[in-house]
Design a protein around this ligand. Structure first.
Ligand SMILES: C[S@@+](CC[C@H](N)C(=O)[O-])C[C@H]1O[C@@H](n2cnc3c(N)ncnc32)[C@H](O)[C@@H]1O
Length: 252
């Protein structure tokens, strides 16, 4: 399991996602988190995964069919306008999605009108925070992280959403009960997802003109990253993934 998934698993446990709950997964993408929630809520619970991207939803549906889970419904919808029915969910979950919406406060306000009183919001969002107080020299790791963040920023994402989220939820009348930050670290190849994230993002980096063709050699990148890890005395700590758990005390 990647660090992201470990953090997500912990957040879902802290949120008390359990048998019979009705859960909305916003920006579900390929349904990785959606399927984990579906296992937790069991056959008496339901999960709705929404995303604006049809291709991701096709993959989510295919992988869900393969998994045999039957309590998930995927809906193509834009969070900028999606309006859930009142009191239709016990919990709203989202991972790495609110940073992509233009007005997260307005989006959250609309979404939370679909949450029952006492319902839970559990979000995991990124924030760009390259840690300066660390050991070693990490030019390749840092360059790749800079390209990743420059790409998502050019796509319209907010690189500080993770640290703003607890306040946004407080302003909406939620009681924030857990807020924690973790960083992705790894000593050995395979433990750190940087190589696969970069490989997956190269078309987006090119589209945003952050890199030029051939600037990243995907074939040798894992070895180059490993060599940089091997020559440093400490581990690489990069951006932060922030978990926020909030309970609604009155109807939104
Ligand atoms: C980084 S991916 C995260 C996917 C999933 N939550 C996960 O962690 O595996 C962000 C997802 O948010 C979706 N997204 C971004 N803006 C959206 C919007 N306005 N409405 C619906 N989905 C959106 C994207 O299509 C993408 O699938």
């Amino acid at each position: 399991m990647s660090t992201f998934d470990v953090v997500t698993q912990r957040l879902l446990e802290d949120a008390g996602i359990t048998e019979g709950m009705r859960v909305l997964d916003i920006g579900c993408g390929m349904g990785i988190v959606t399927r984990r929630i579906a296992q937790l809520v069991g056959s008496t619970g339901t999960v709705v995964g929404i995303d604006s991207d049809a291709a991701s939803l096709d993959l989510a549906r295919a992988q869900t069919t393969e998994s045999g889970l039957q309590n998930i419904r995927y809906v193509q919808a834009d969070l900028q306008i999606y309006q859930p029915d009142r009191d239709s969910f016990d919990a709203i979950v989202g991972r790495r999605v609110l940073m992509y919406v233009r007005n997260p406060f307005a989006v959250l306000q609309r979404l939370c009108s679909g949450l029952r009183t006492g319902g839970i919001c559990a979000f995991q969002e990124q924030t760009q925070s390259l840690i300066s107080d660390r050991l070693g020299q990490w030019p390749l790791h840092d360059q790749l992280m800079t390209w990743i963040w420059e790409t998502v920023r050019k796509e319209g994402a907010d690189p500080k959403l993770g640290v703003m989220l607890p306040r946004l939820l407080t302003r909406l009348g939620f009681v924030v009960t857990v807020s924690a930050a973790a960083t992705v670290v790894g000593l050995e190849q395979g433990q750190h997802p940087l190589h696969s994230i970069v490989e997956w993002m190269i078309p987006r980096m090119r589209k945003q003109q952050v890199i030029t063709e051939g600037q990243i050699d995907v074939r040798t990148l894992p070895q180059q990253l490993q060599a940089e890890r091997d020559q440093n005395p400490g581990i690489y700590a990069s951006d932060l993934t922030i978990s926020v758990l909030a309970r609604q005390v009155s109807a939104a």
